[in-house]
Design a protein around this ligand. Structure first.
Ligand SMILES: Cc1cc2nc3c(=O)[nH]c(=O)nc-3n(C[C@H](O)[C@H](O)[C@H](O)COP(=O)(O)OP(=O)(O)OC[C@H]3O[C@@H](n4cnc5c(N)ncnc54)[C@H](O)[C@@H]3O)c2cc1C
Length: 334
């Protein structure tokens, strides 16, 4: 009987691996024509979990360096490149038709991108055009058609099975380790040619905020400030502390809405999702919408003068003190 069980098990295992080989995933690369965005590497790991062949689509203006880098990633079978002025500014209006044309030509079982501003603007357009229901912000992959995501601002975890023939998912970067861009040698081919210039929108220019600090979503340490900081000028206290820790600076929505910092620093349900090794929350109460963006951080430190602030419920270390006394003291000791 044991032998029969083993034979059945072996057959099932073979069957699963055959099914996995039938999967073919298209990963949409996010980049700036020179460097690969870290979330693309997270998406590659997610694609690997799905199983089967991985193709990466690199669309841009002069994006040769990016295709080269991605072609070196282990487990990537093919890189499809589309270079055109139509992709200036990476507008979803021009990229969506390219992805649809690529899908029609290659018939992938999965289309994956990061749940970043780029992926969030792009995938719903692709999904609507293909008449498919996308699944966003996936944090786990159980099988090729079953995925895990958070709901109710991170208060519940949902496992969902997608019945559509094509699975279109965006993945949460912090939930998948970044795949190394080495160890492989994928072939580089042309993506389907076409006139992808949008009649709806024209990219004019962009101004990028330059900062020597680490990027929020990939920083190992983050010092984050809330309404308790009371003014934009007082955020200097956090920048001084962040400099000592080589940390990025983040903020609650209340601090952003009050104009203390720019909105690209917002962490939470409607901001960025982060999971650094160290998260220091200063003058932040810990509303669930804020926790949704940072509670997966490895070590959470909270500084708040209110001992009942909800942030202390998720904090590994809590300091009940006036931040205007505690933060300069901490910075001085580092
Ligand atoms: C749909 C929706 C989406 C949202 N999305 C987000 C989101 O993405 N991110 C987000 O952060 N919020 C979000 N919010 C808002 C959220 O509900 C809270 O309003 C917000 O997080 C509060 O920010 P805060 O903790 O800075 O401010 P407050 O709640 O006002 O807390 C300030 C804290 O500072 C402390 N404090 C004050 N002075 C000092 C001092 N001198 N020393 C020490 N401590 C002090 C106080 O004790 C208090 O705990 C969202 C809300 C909604 C409805």
């Amino acid at each position: 009987m044991f032998a029969t069980y083993c034979r059945t098990l072996k057959t099932n295992v073979n069957f699963v691996s055959i099914l996995q080989r039938l999967e073919s995933t298209l990963v949409i690369a996010e980049h700036n024509n020179e460097a690969v965005s870290p979330i693309t590497q997270n998406a590659l790991t997610a694609a690997k979990k799905i199983g089967g062949d991985i193709t990466v689509l690199v669309a841009g203006t002069k994006c040769g360096p990016v295709s080269e880098k991605i072609s070196k990633a282990k487990d990537v079978a093919r890189v499809l490149v589309a270079e055109s002025d139509a992709f200036k500014g990476f507008t979803p209006e021009s990229l969506a038709p390219l992805i649809i044309a690529t899908q029609k030509q290659h018939n992938f079982s999965h289309i994956v991108a990061g749940a970043s501003a780029f992926g969030k603007a792009l995938l719903p357009r692709v999904a609507a055009s293909l008449d498919i229901s996308p699944a966003s912000d996936i944090i786990g992959i159980t099988s090729a058609d079953t995925f895990v995501r958070t709901i109710y601002a991170g208060n519940a975890i949902q496992t969902l099975k997608i019945k559509d023939a094509i699975k279109i998912i965006s993945i949460r970067g912090t939930s998948f380790e970044p795949a190394a861009l080495e160890g492989g040698s994928a072939k580089i081919e042309q993506a389907p040619a076409g006139d992808y210039k949008s009649t709806l929108i024209e990219f004019v220019s962009q101004e990028l905020a330059k900062s020597d600090r680490p990027e929020l979503t990939s920083a190992k340490a983050i010092v984050s400030g809330g309404r308790g900081l009371k003014s934009a000028d007082n955020f200097k206290l956090l920048y001084d502390l962040a400099d000592k820790l080589n940390a990025a600076v983040g903020a609650s929505r209340a601090a952003v809405d009050a104009g203390y910092v720019a909105n690209d620093l917002q962490i939470g349900q409607t901001g960025k999702i982060v999971a650094p090794n160290l998260y220091i929350a200063v003058g932040i109460s810990g509303a669930i919408q804020h926790l949704a963006g940072m509670k997966d951080s490895k070590t959470i430190v909270a500084i708040n003068k209110d001992p009942d602030a909800p942030i202390f419920q998720v904090a590994d270390y809590g300091l009940v003190q006036d931040l205007f006394k505690a933060v300069p003291e901490l910075t001085g000791k580092l």
